[in-house]
Write a protein that binds this ligand. Structure first.
Ligand code: SF4
Length: 354
């Protein structure tokens, strides 16, 4: 297919999406994560980060169909939050988050039992929203809760006010960066390495540990390096660096700001004309911020994209929408009842704390 044919095919798909959206009217709501491509975002009723989308899913009481354009754990989260009468659909079930898949429920359960056996009085499990439903359910069953990069600090504070220590999974970097913001030192953190199930810092530290951190990471955000910061600072006089807290603590500590995608969007939008920004997060999102702020200089700290988020395409969105018109449900999301009930407890605790 040549470029002109591709362009024509794209235009045809776009037109059919519009037609299907019009036909479905108010029964349909499309939610899209900030990391989705522009050709998806243009059709979304709500675009946001995980916390904003969790909230949006929880208040869409009138929509019969919720189409979630993101990776699978987010669509699962909507399924857990929404009422059973609502259908949640995910255009590409194979769009999974590799970070979420770094913590398997059996290993997390075994690690938790091991931690309890150390004699710690109370350990509260906290799971990053980038996780599969069974881990959220584990937290719900064990008095724990979910957090996002927007509210991690609040959730950690809440946990410390309730218990003795915290078991956080699956993102080590968000856990350590949040700990640092709360003044918790590396000597109060123990790493749980799922490949060996050993405690990286040794048994001697367990007694004084405040946080047990799962050794998982996001491949998109760990691409950013201290040398990227040095390079852009050298090239652009007065540039500010803002990164996502899934970046390594070394990168976060060299940056001017760190925060969720909603935080990053907000800080750039509220800055004055002529300001310069280098952003360390997913590339589709950085490009959109750049386009939305033509009076500022916005550059990616490095070009690092999430190929999993990009698996949701306009063609796949169209398949879902036209399927709904035919009373079929392609990409219907299902979460087993018991898992859903427990996971919902962990999500509701988060929404209460946030
Ligand atoms: S950017 Fe990272 S954390 Fe987000 S979906 Fe992609 S792999 Fe997962």
């Amino acid at each position: 297919m040549n470029a002109a044919e591709r362009q024509q095919e794209r235009a045809e798909i776009m037109k059919r999406i519009e037609t299907a959206k019009d036909a479905l009217g108010k029964s349909l709501i499309i939610l899209a994560h900030f990391y989705q491509e522009d050709d998806i975002v243009r059709y979304a009723d709500v675009v946001g980060d995980s916390l904003q989308l969790a909230h949006a899913a929880s208040v869409q009481k009138d929509a019969r169909y919720i189409v979630f354009c993101a990776v699978s754990f987010m669509a699962e989260m909507a399924r857990i939050i929404c009422s059973p009468e609502q259908e949640v659909l995910h255009p590409e079930p194979d769009a999974r988050c590799p970070l979420a898949d770094m913590a398997a429920i059996e290993k997390v359960e075994a690690a938790f039992e091991g931690l309890k056996a150390t004699g710690k009085k109370r350990i509260i499990p906290v799971v990053y929203v980038n996780s599969n439903a069974d881990l959220k359910a584990f937290c719900g069953r064990n008095g724990g809760l979910v957090c996002t990069s927007s509210n991690a600090e609040k959730v950690f504070r809440y946990v410390f006010s309730q218990g003795e220590s915290l078991f956080f999974f699956p993102d080590e970097n968000l856990g350590r960066n949040t700990a640092r913001r709360l003044g918790i030192g590396d000597d109060e953190i123990v790493i749980k390495d799922p490949s060996s199930m050993s405690d990286e810092t040794g048994k001697g530290y367990i007694e004084k540990a405040k946080i047990f951190l799962w050794k998982g990471h996001c491949y998109v955000h760990t691409e950013f390096l201290p040398s990227d910061i040095a390079r852009v600072k050298d090239r652009y006089d007065g540039i500010k660096i803002v990164v996502h807290p899934e970046c390594t603590p070394e990168v976060v500590s060299l940056s001017d700001y760190a925060g969720s995608t909603a935080f990053i969007k907000d800080i750039v939008e509220r800055s004055g004309p002529g300001t310069k920004w280098a952003i360390g997060t997913e590339l589709n999102f950085v490009k959109r911020i750049k386009d939305g702020n033509p009076d500022k200089l916005v550059v990616p700290l490095r070009e690092s994209g999430c190929s999993d988020m990009s698996k949701v395409t306009p063609q796949k969105l169209l398949t879902v929408l036209e399927g709904l018109l035919d009373n079929r449900y392609p990409g219907r999301v299902a979460v087993e009842d018991g898992v859903s009930k427990d996971a919902k407890k962990a999500l509701e605790r988060m929404l209460e704390v946030s």
